[in-house]
Design a binder for this molecule. Structure first.
Ligand code: BV8
Length: 268
């Protein structure tokens, strides 16, 4: 690993057009479950990929809204981890470095990354299902997130919560995420694809590379001739495309790469 780490650091130090592409794994060490982790509590009865669909919301809005409010509470009670902070360090060291995430949490932003491209939307951008897709706000602070928060501040997971109604048109409010079967935001996908196509170094961190069209982004970088560094403790669908495959967690490996690329004595 050390040789690979030093090689990765050398690529990062000399790269000019860097893209950092992240998935749920970068938030795992912040206590935010990845997408395919066994859902904890009552959610273990459900399959995330079935819940994250328009059909599931249409069939049972209280169940799906409750799931997202539980996830939003998990994120609100989480902190960015050293992996998120290392990504921010890269954005500060490499002018024009681009951060693209599949995640719907706000931990990259809370770690200080200036511009984050969200391919799958955000837990913090609800909108209504009406024709106007009006942006919505969450209930006031007194009711913030799921009701009946336990003393630890965690919501009662598995809790069904009726979604609010749009103040503009009265339609149901839905999570501001991209569900399975829904189109990704065109501007985000274009930014991600164009950045990957122009990159000379592409870091893919904490993603299984299984969800499309997002999983196409690393492949665009490969076709463009970029060096690809993967950080993941497990094998993934992207193993074949990697220049360097660092088997380890984001919170440990990313800070190590940054420290090796820009040793403290050279820190500006
Ligand atoms: C669409 C928001 C069409 C919601 C999510 C080919 C082309 C196009 C589409 C498809 C296709 N084949 C199949 C499809 C359909 C589908 C799809 O890809 N299905 C998969 C399951 C095969 N795609 C879609 O439906 C997309 N829409 O195609 O629409 C269309 C076109 C035009 C007009 C109308 C329609 C929409 C996909 C978006 C779905 N929404 N999220 C929500 O979050 O609730 S995706 C969801 O999965 C999350 O965003 C998650 O981030 C994402 C990807 O998963 P990962 O991030 O990789 O997370 P995962 O849990 O899988 O893996 C975690 C990794 O971390 C693991 O590798 C693990 O080892 C690692 N790890 C763990 N701990 C750590 C770690 N790594 C580092 N450090 C650690 N500590």
């Amino acid at each position: 690993m050390d040789t690979d780490l030093q090689q990765a650091a050398g690529l990062l130090r000399t790269a000019r057009r860097v893209v950092v592409f992240t998935g749920a794994g970068i938030s795992a060490e912040s206590g935010v479950p990845t997408f395919r982790d066994d859902l904890t509590g009552l959610w273990s009865r459900f399959n995330a990929e079935h819940l994250a669909t328009p059909e599931a919301f249409h069939a049972d809005p209280d169940l799906v809204w409750g799931w997202y409010e539980w996830r939003r509470s998990r994120v609100r009670h989480a902190e960015p981890n050293p992996g998120h902070l290392a990504v921010t360090a890269i954005t500060r060291r490499v002018p024009g470095a681009v951060v693209v995430t599949q995640n719907v949490d706000d931990l990259h932003e809370r770690a200080g990354s200036p511009e984050v491209t969200h391919l799958h939307g955000s837990l913090f951008a609800p909108r209504c299902v009406g024709d106007g897709a009006h942006p919505a706000t969450f209930p006031d602070a007194t009711q913030n997130v799921a009701h009946d928060e336990s003393p630890s501040g965690e919501p009662a997971d598995g809790r069904r919560i009726p979604p609010p109604l749009c103040v503009s048109c009265g339609a149901l409010v839905r999570p501001g995420v991209v569900w399975f079967g829904e189109e990704l935001p065109g501007s985000a996908l274009t930014t991600a694809a164009e950045s990957a196509a122009a990159s000379d170094l592409f870091l893919t961190v904490g993603t299984s590379g299984m969800v499309y069209p997002a999983a196409e982004i690393p492949r665009i970088a490969v076709r463009a001739g970029a060096a690809v560094i993967q950080v993941n403790p497990q094998p993934t669908q992207l193993d074949l495309f990697c220049t360097i495959n660092l088997l380890g967690t984001a919170a440990h490996v990313l800070p190590a790469i940054v420290a090796a690329a820009w040793p403290p004595s050279t820190r500006g």
